[in-house]
Ligand binder design. Structure first.
Ligand code: SF4
Length: 294
């Protein structure tokens, strides 16, 4: 198969991610809409969001003007040429920008100049993982800037919150983050949480939670219970869609854990807005599409 298939199929992944919200997220938003009181501001906000999702899909245009940070997760066979993959993905990003599926969204932080193709030394973001497999899995997450701004990291113990180095301390941090955000970052969205790790891996692992489907429950029982408890308590804060009050402050909570050193106990929270753009594709080792994920 020609090397151009890699670029073509990654371009199609970007197009779908930008324009077509995954059904598991859309279904959560529909359930939220049905839960809210008819005629309320929450119900109105959710109806506008749902119309926007349908319109973007139908017209083949981006779901939101902020097409976000592009985060690619590649899982490849051992010894696979990851330089080739990165180069094809950069070409696909550049083409998707020219075609209007991505906004010119990448800025030189020193000069303020725009990288017009969205390709820069740190953009897009790539994560590679090699393993005993024959196929190449590519997952793309487009992470909006507004929701990125409300991500936060806590160091336990936190005396202000009365949060100790245990799961109840984690719960207090997460609810504090939700309270402080007050719907900023375009609620209702999903929290990705990492317990432990260091300052950098905490954020990485919290974002990896966004690869999980909305129906996915942690296989660790205490964590799964924590996810449910935080979701239930967050819904009682009456922050609601876009912070305008209501029963739906979050769509979901996904918690993961990493080991830590004795001196540190970080709780890291990443927030994903309602425009939860996450798509994936399974490719053969020659770059042909085997199936779409999500
Ligand atoms: S936070 Fe999300 S929905 Fe809000 S402007 Fe950014 S990308 Fe769009």
């Amino acid at each position: 198969m020609s090397q151009n298939h890699w670029e073509k199929n990654i371009f199609e992944l970007i197009r779908r991610t930008s324009t077509d919200l995954p059904h598991d997220i859309e279904n959560c938003l529909k359930r939220a809409y049905n839960r809210e009181k008819k005629g309320s501001r929450a119900s109105w906000s959710l109806s506008v969001i749902l119309e926007n999702i349908a319109s973007a899909r139908e017209k083949d245009v981006p779901l939101c003007q902020d097409t976000g940070t592009l985060i690619f997760y590649f899982r490849v066979p051992v010894g696979f040429d990851t330089n080739m993959l990165a180069s094809k993905a950069r070409l696909a990003v550049s083409k998707a920008t020219r075609r209007g599926y991505l906004r010119q969204n990448t800025i030189d932080s020193v000069s303020g100049a725009s990288f017009e193709s969205n390709v820069a030394p740190s953009a897009p973001v790539f994560h590679f993982e090699q393993g005993a497999r024959k196929t190449v899995e590519v997952i793309l997450i487009m992470k909006g800037g507004g929701c990125e701004n409300v991500g936060v990291q806590y160091s336990l113990p936190d005396s202000g919150l009365g949060a100790g180095r245990d799961l109840d301390g984690v719960r207090k941090c997460v609810l504090d983050a939700v309270w402080r955000a007050q719907g900023h970052g375009c609620a209702p969205g999903v929290l990705g949480v990492c317990i432990g790790g260091d300052r950098a891996t905490g954020y990485e692992h919290s974002k990896e939670q966004f690869k999980r489907k909305m129906s996915d429950k942690s296989t660790v029982k205490v964590i799964s219970r924590l996810e449910n408890k935080i979701l239930k308590e967050a819904q009682q804060l009456n922050i609601g869609p876009m912070g305008m009050g209501g029963k739906t402050t979050l769509l979901g909570v996904k918690v993961g854990a990493l080991s830590r050193v004795p001196a540190s106990f970080f709780v890291t929270i990443s927030y994903m807005c309602w425009a939860f753009r996450r798509r994936g594709v399974l490719l053969s080792s020659e770059g042909g599409i085997k199936r779409w994920l999500y």
